[in-house]
Design a protein around this ligand. Sequence first.
Ligand code: BEZ
Ligand code: FE
Length: 297
Amino acid sequence: MIIENQQMVTGAVIDAMSNAENPRLREIMAALVRHAHAFAREVKLTEEEFEQGLAFLNAIGQATNDSHNEAVLFSDVLGFSTLVCLLNNGNAGATETAAALLGPFWRMNSPATANGGSILRSPTPGPALFVNCRIVDVDGAPIAGVEVDVWQASPVGLYENQDDDQADMNLRGKFRTDSEGRFSFRSVRPAGYPVPTHGPVGDLLRAQHRHPYRPAHLHFLGFKQGYKTLITQVFVAEDDRLQTDVVFGVTRHLIGTYVRHEDGAPPAEGVSPPRYTLDYGFVMEPGEAKLPVPPIK
Ligand code: BEZ
Ligand code: FE
């Protein structure tokens, strides 16, 4: 087709893509082209801005490696990851959900850990935290045998893969719910932390005068056949940055009560105060058990 004017381009591209057998690919690509072209028209994108945008996308790829995923980070700071999460959980976005974005730091093969065990794999200074969780189905019945991955940043605000001072898999563990749907573990209270800012996403945040911090949280991934994989986070209610999470992950449902105790009562004998406890309940929806592609190795 000869392109007579700018208005013709959009339809020409959609036509050219219309022979894809996969109907979902057709639908997604046609919508992407419509919206991308409308965006360029709306902002009257200049050639310099277009070049800058392409350089930004290339820089995202170049900043990504086995231990860092800049593409996930880009989607996260745009709120896109949270949007996709909320559109796909809680009855397709109609109701509250226990789900939250995965983020770039989940790793496969966290160490299997007995219920009640510790996820400290190397000395990790910080206030002790005892976590007791229960997983139920939408009718409130306990779900036994859920495999639950847990991961968190240390009290200095780094995941083990970002920090040479932590052992491999420190503050990561894999649990299995018991017959009452319970699992529990010992850790240290998480701290808020800045997302990585060494790449193009950091440049963008600085240009927008946005702080790079996430409020303190624990991550959970619950997996069992017959249930939609539950990916979520539980936030520390007292964190000052709850309202301004750089990746928009905080929903009311996910604000946990991390209770501070000044004593060393069981199961905390020998633990110097203060210690914290978190009791939290998760609901898993019926659905397909699928693991995400790990953002890092
Ligand atoms: C995280 O919570 O691990 C995370 C989420 C989004 C971006 C960076 C980190
Ligand atoms: Fe995190």
